[in-house]
Design a binder for this molecule. Structure first.
Ligand SMILES: [Zn+2]
Length: 344
């Protein structure tokens, strides 16, 4: 919110863009839009900015964070089971897939991870980490990549820029001790939820309590999240009643609260619609892929990744093979598995 208010103060173009995005979002809500159909693909670049060896986190730790994003933004996280039954109907599936970039902005092959050594011991929310000239790493084009910076942050787990801001600072910043689920990740922020929360902001979600301090007048502009006084922390017990929201109370299991990683497990349907409106209004270049459908008649489908001894999914090949007069097509699915379609 500090970054948001700073941009509102200093950048009239941001103020204008924010208004346009909120107007489109409101129009969608009034039209009862259910959001984008199909799955949205978001290529990710992770900029690791380190001042010592431990901050230079492993590729495996980065992959563990991408895996969490793919579960949380698809409603596939195993801990969804902890959602109190009263909110099961409100569960939203974000239908967003995050994929480490395999091409850099110039088209060269990449792991989707950049590594920068810095003499800055700790960064704040002043965006220095986003500029090579200030001890950080420059953003990749924000219309083609979600930029994630991982560094040592003092006093915060992470922060994000809402849609509508300058491309050079677009993305999220996460502390290296709150990123991914292995390596330097430290309890209670060791389940990758800081990034889930910040990417929620990057897709225009506000905090669930409405950012009005501890009052009951603020709103997150989402209808299926209960009105809530202030942030919850730690691991709250159900119900936690504030602002006359009895009997069910605050939805502290929501990713946009401030609770420990193991307590935040869900987005709502309304939050998903808001994120999809933001994609259309401010991030339209991230493509929607058609929903996975049954193979056309006359074709047999096989998931090769699930078959024993399958090759790793690398790149996005679409290969057609003609063998014994039969045609096979190999492709990388939105689920990151290699699939084969073979003519009967
Ligand atoms: Zn936040």
């Amino acid at each position: 919110m500090t970054v948001h208010r700073r941009l509102l103060d200093r950048d009239p173009a941001y103020r204008q863009r924010r208004e346009e995005i909120e107007n489109l979002t409101l129009a969608r809500k009034r039209a009862r839009s259910r959001g984008r159909t199909g799955t949205t693909l978001v290529p990710v670049v992770v900029h690791v900015v380190h001042s010592n060896l431990s901050q230079n986190i492993s590729a495996e730790q980065v992959a563990s964070q991408i895996a969490v994003l793919n579960e949380d933004f698809a409603g596939r996280n195993a801990d969804l089971i902890s959602v109190p039954p009263v909110w099961r109907d409100a569960l939203g599936n974000g239908r967003i897939v995050f994929d480490l970039a395999d091409r850099d902005p110039s088209g060269a092959a990449t792991t989707g991870i950049t590594r920068t050594s810095t003499s800055t011991a700790a960064f704040g929310d002043d965006d220095a980490v986003k500029f090579a000239g200030a001890g950080g790493a420059d953003a990749w084009p924000a219309d083609r990549y979600l930029n994630m910076w991982v560094c040592h942050l003092h006093d915060l787990l992470g922060y994000a820029q809402f849609p509508g801001g300058p491309a050079q600072t677009d993305g999220v910043v996460i502390d290296y001790r709150a990123f991914g689920t292995i390596g330097t990740a430290e309890a209670p922020f060791h389940l990758g939820r800081s990034a889930t929360h910040e990417v929620g902001h990057w897709l225009n979600l506000f905090h669930i309590w409405g950012d009005d301090g501890l009052g009951c007048a603020g709103t997150d502009h989402v209808d299926d999240t209960p009105n809530q006084a202030g942030p919850n922390t730690g691991v709250p017990g159900f119900p936690r009643v504030t602002c006359g929201n009895a009997p069910h109370g605050d939805m502290f299991v929501n990713f946009m609260d401030y609770v420990d990683d193991r307590s935040m497990v869900m987005f709502t349907v309304g939050q998903v619609e808001r994120m999809h409106a933001a994609l259309d209004a401010a991030r339209p270049s991230f493509p929607v892929m058609a929903p996975q459908t049954d193979p056309p008649s006359g074709w047999v489908h096989t998931d090769l990744t699930l078959a024993a001894g399958a090759p790793d999914a690398a790149g996005k090949p679409v290969v057609a093979i003609q063998s014994d007069g039969k045609l096979s097509v190999l492709y990388l699915g939105v689920d990151h598995h290699i699939h084969a379609l073979q003519a009967k």
